[in-house]
Design a protein around this ligand. Sequence first.
Ligand code: SAM
Length: 234
Amino acid sequence: MQGWIIPPPRSPVKLRDEFMRERADKLRKLTDWGYLVSERIRQAMEKVSRENFIPSLYRDYAYKEIPLPLPGKMATISCPHSYPLFYEPLGLDRGHRFLEVGLGSGYGAAIAREVVGSGGLVVSMDIDPVTFEFARENLEVAGYDDIVLVQGDGGAGYPEFSPYDRISVTAACAWIPQPLIDQLAPGGRLIAPVVESGVQNLVLLEKIGKQIKRKVLCQVLYVSLRGEYGEGEV
Ligand SMILES: C[S@@+](CC[C@H](N)C(=O)[O-])C[C@H]1O[C@@H](n2cnc3c(N)ncnc32)[C@H](O)[C@@H]1O
């Protein structure tokens, strides 16, 4: 993947108050820009301290609209706007059973956990053992002990807890893996970046009876899906 600039690493200098101000400012902007619409997603993003999911050298950039590199191979924490960009059209809500393919830093899983609440379920998977361990530690330190974390190929989904009301794939696929569609509950929605004609389209699927309704939302730029359902590289 190309097209984004990684800022030079440096030692973090910002303190908690500054991060809180930046977070509040970012939420205002995401609302003004039209990404953030629902109160439940806004509250979740307000509650989760994004800076705690960023490698220390990049921490000061936590609220900038740039993806930042994570430990592991080909892993990034997505830009702040990406989370409402995915979760709003998904209609992620209280009580949902949610599967994330691409745990990354753990930030997206933490937001989802806040949105679905105690009556819901969050399962998140990452194929990269180093990235997985980074996220696991972040979530532990942040106090999230009720997210099911699975290290493995998320293209195959995680049938043990299926069906899922909502599925989010945070890596770009050539096609949406069939096991994920199979593990979607009736009425369920799935969102994923899909490579089509040389660009990545953010695609929203909805399972209505036996039919799958498909809508392209916008273009995005994500790291490639790895593993059996990705570009082959494990
Ligand atoms: C853009 S990052 C995810 C960002 C993450 N949602 C966050 O909040 O930090 C994409 C992630 O997908 C993971 N990934 C790639 N292929 C995968 C696969 N087949 N199964 C599970 N995870 C995969 C990568 O290791 C990487 O961590």
